[in-house]
Design a protein around this ligand. Structure first.
Ligand SMILES: Nc1nc2c(ncn2[C@@H]2O[C@H](COP(=O)(O)OP(=O)(O)OP(=O)(O)O)[C@@H](O)[C@H]2O)c(=O)[nH]1
Length: 211
């Protein structure tokens, strides 16, 4: 079972403009083989959910519930409901134009949990057409209180690192008490160990007759 041994489930979304590479990044991570050829992604309609589990270096095993939402504005009334109760967001960009808008979107719909963000400069292989330098992105991330990672699916660059950095940051927020575990609410769920009832042994007394 994929979630076996997991202590928590974190609900995570990736947001960003249409065609910035969000679906490609997510599929590459979930496939577990970054750099492997993938079918050409179609524009996302509404939202899709993916899952992957990971073992944190100094912590528990975590199941990630990863929401892939459409970047196009015309789906925003649908997609908003999918990132209402998230605990982590990968904010994927290739230009800074709409970063503040995406932040506002999350803040306006935020659930009970503190949301941990990671700024992701995607398509880092496209050096000649990039609009933002790594230093500018670092500075923006620092001013917004988040970490920054550059990724590329084409070059298999830092795909796992981005998801693991975000998961680590969420785990830290949980440990420090910035995120509270509330049953049924929010983006963090404690996965209870279920006790599988043992079948009665043949030697056991059959008990009183029920007829
Ligand atoms: N050069 C380069 N192209 C990429 C990379 N990742 C994705 N692409 C391409 O970018 C285009 C858009 O990718 P998608 O993953 O569909 O983008 P999206 O952000 O999910 O788009 P929406 O679903 O419309 O929001 C596709 O043609 C991808 O092949 C990358 O790392 N480098």
């Amino acid at each position: 079972m994929e979630a076996e041994g997991c202590r928590y489930q974190f609900r995570v979304a990736r947001l960003g403009d249409a065609a910035v590479g969000k679906t490609s990044l997510l599929r590459s991570y979930v496939a577990g083989a970054p750099g492997a050829p993938q079918p050409k992604p179609e524009p996302t309609v509404g939202a899709e959910c993916y899952r992957r589990t990971l073992q944190l270096r100094a912590g528990p095993r975590v199941k990630l519930q990863l929401w892939d939402t459409a970047g196009h504005k015309r789906f925003s009334c649908i997609t908003r409901s999918f990132y209402r109760n998230v605990v982590g967001v990968l904010l994927v960009f290739d230009s800074f134009e709409h970063i503040q808008d995406w932040l506002q979107e999350v803040m306006a719909t935020q659930g009970p949990d503190k949301v941990t963000f990671l700024l992701v400069g995607h398509n880092s292989d496209l050096q000649s057409t990039r609009c933002v330098s790594a230093q500018e992105a670092e500075e923006l991330a620092a001013s917004l209180g988040m970490a920054f990672v550059e990724t590329s699916v084409k070059n298999n660059c830092s795909v796992d690192l981005a998801f693991h950095a975000l998961t680590d940051a969420i785990q830290q927020a949980l440990q420090q008490g910035d995120i509270k575990l509330e049953e049924g609410l929010g983006g963090v769920r404690l996965i209870h160990k279920t006790q599988i009832p043992r079948p009665p042994s043949r030697k056991q007394h059959p008990g009183p007759c029920q007829c």
